[in-house]
Each structure stands twice: as C-alpha cells, then as structure tokens.
Design a protein around this ligand. Sequence first.
Ligand code: COA
Length: 389
Amino acid sequence: MKVGIDKLHFATSHLYVDMAELATARQAEPDKYLIGIGQSKMAVIPPSQDAVTLAANAAAPMLTATDIAAIDLLVVGTESGIDNSKASAIYVAKLLGLSQRVRTIEMKEACYAATAGVQLAQDHVRVHPDKKALVIGSDVARYGLNTPGEPTQGGGAVAMLISADPKVLALGTESSLLSEDVMDFWRPLYHTEALVDGKYSSNIYIDYFQDVFKNYLQTTQTSPDTLTALVFHLPYTKMGLKALRSVLPLVDAEKQAQWLTHFEHARQLNRQVGNLYTGSLYLSLLSQLLTDPQLQPGNRLGLFSYGSGAEGEFYTGVIQPDYQAGLDHGLPQRLARRRRVSVAEYEALFSHQLQWRADDQSVSYADDPHRFVLTGQKDEQRQYLDQQV
Ligand code: COA
C-alpha cells in the first residue's frame, strides 16, 4: 500500500522586506545577502499572525469536507509555541472545524519536528488506511534586529495531508536518523529570539547531512544515481547548496549537473520567503514540485530534515502520476502580490508582537487579509478570529 503526501499547501505573511534594502541598512554588501546567504526577500510576520494562525491559514484552503471527516490525527510541529502546556494543535483544530475525535498534539525539536509528524502520520495511516492525518510545520523565525542571524529570519506554515494512495508523493518506509545533544541553537523559555552559534550550526548541519545521507545509501543499498533530486531544509538557501556540493563527488559529472539544476527550482520559493524553521524543507519540496519542469512521475526525491540541537533524518519519496493535483498552484501569485515594507516598517512590526505579559492586549489586524488572525489577549487567553465568519 502506498502512503504519503496527498496535498501540500503553504501560508505566510502578506508583507516582505527586500534583502538588498536590508543589507544596505545594515552596512552589508547586497550580494552578501542575495548570493552569500541566498535570499532575495524575507517574509515580515505582523503581530496579527502567530504559529496558530499561520498553520490554520496553510491548511484551510486545501481541506475538503471529505478530508475533514477522515482526519483523526493532527500534528503541529513548531518551535514558536504560544503556550508551555496547551498544544497549538488544539487551537488549530478548532479554527479548521475538525472533529472532536482527533488526536491533537504539538511536536518540538527545532526545525525537525514536522518530519517527526510526517513519519508518525505515515505509520498511523498504514495501520488505519481509511483515515487521514494532517501535519503542519508552522513557525516565526526570529533572531533579532541587527544580529548575524537577522537575514535568515522569515516565517510561515506548510500543511500536508497524509493519506493512503496519495496524489503527490509516496513515502518510503526506510529512513536514516541521527540525534545527539549539540548546543548550536536553542531558545530558553525567557527568550523571544533564538540563541545561536551560526557558523557552528551551519557546520553541524553539513555533518549531519553527510552522515544520514551516506548511512541511508549504505543501509538501504541505494545508489545515489537513483535519486532524481535532493531536497533540503533551507534555513537560508545557500545552506542547502553547501550541503549538496558536499556530496557531489559521490556521482558523475552528468548527475552533478542534474542535481544542481534541480536544486535551483527547490530553492526558488524559499528564496522569496526566508526561514520557516519546521516548514522549510516542505516549502522547498513544494517549490521543487511546482517550478521544476524536468520532474516526472516515478522520479525519486531524497529529503533531508535538520533540527538544531540536533536531529537529522534522510528519507525518500516517489512522485505520483497525478502529483500536480495536490499542489498549491496559487502560491507563486500570492507571493508576487505581497506588499513590500521598508526596513523601518519591518523593524516596527518586529518589535510590536504581542507581549509575554498577563494584561489584556489588542493587536491591529485591519490590514491583514488572511482568514485567521490573532486579535489580542483577554484574561490571559489568546483571541483568534475567523474573518470569513
Ligand atoms: N558577495 C557574495 N558573497 C558574500 C559577500 C559578497 N559581497 N560577502 C559575504 N559573502 C558570503 C560569505 O563568503 C559567506 O559565504 P560562505 O558561507 O559560502 O563562506 C556568506 O556570504 C555569509 O557570510 P558570513 O560572513 O559567513 O555571514 P555571517 O557571519 O554574517 O552569518 C550565518 C551567516 C548564516 C552564520 C548567520 O546568518 C546565522 O547565524 N544564521 C542563523 C543560523 C543558521 O541559519 N544556521 C543554519 C543551520 S540550522
């Protein structure tokens, strides 16, 4: 039985900052951000969006009544949680109108957690093939103004419906994992921005990729030539390129050129959004499938998921005959229609997030066109609104 990704959809903010303009404001060469980091635009997440609203906005447009009736597992992977106890998935399930007979959980391991959700979901569907699982990676990536990590911020959510006989990608049951205690990136409970040793984290990422990739090839007796393209977690798109370059010696010149060409499609949409933390690998998968004209049903893709701290996983999936039917085709147009904000406006929005305080607060959402918005906090409870009701 085939199990895998049946539908794949993305949501981010309607606002972005231009990376050349940000570089100039930070006294950096624009090409450092555009080429050295590999980012053209960065999503600016307004105070009216958080991990819950982004997740609901990603999932709602792709779900039919039939899907909703079949979903009995909802996993939200996030490292931008809004509560130390209650799962963001509970809020998301309510906003989406899911049944109360659903297992709803939040998963955390930095940028890796959505992959844990995908693997849990595929195992669940293999045991219950008449059921579907909804897995969402949703985050707001924040390092702070004027920090080295600033050009690698962003935010958004990727929603995936996992089912039997999937339209998009049939997932393999084998994967290679690596996990150990590494202090490359973390966020203590009292911090709203991540703490990171940026260069160290980039090196650990490469080490982890090489380890799980080679281990996968060895343990599954897979030739790298059978992989049409490699898709990466992309905290910034140059990161994936560095990882890809590190394994090019394993294949011949023709295959190297193919992998590099495919990679340019895999990073196309991430280049316009920035880091998504948990959703990043799956936005890259969506970018690959939406923008790469040389892909065909039957092609096998390799996926590398990485979360600092650290955990890495490599697994593969095979493109299905009707894969275009499960994709978010409106996405390139939505990204093109976003409003560009100045660096000053971005800095103001960055600083005006809902504060981690007990008092009642309200958030301006009048300009936010998304269906689900955060309107504030009352009696220490976050207030969410469905603008379509
Ligand atoms: N034109 C082209 N490239 C340029 C350039 C220019 N004018 N100026 C600099 N660059 C290149 C550098 O050579 C470097 O490339 P390389 O990584 O291939 O060597 C790249 O731009 C980045 O420059 P660097 O000086 O290393 O940047 P930085 O010290 O300001 O920080 C990060 C870069 C990624 C470490 C930082 O943004 C960060 O900490 N990000 C968060 C952590 C993260 O994303 N980790 C990833 C693993 S999860």
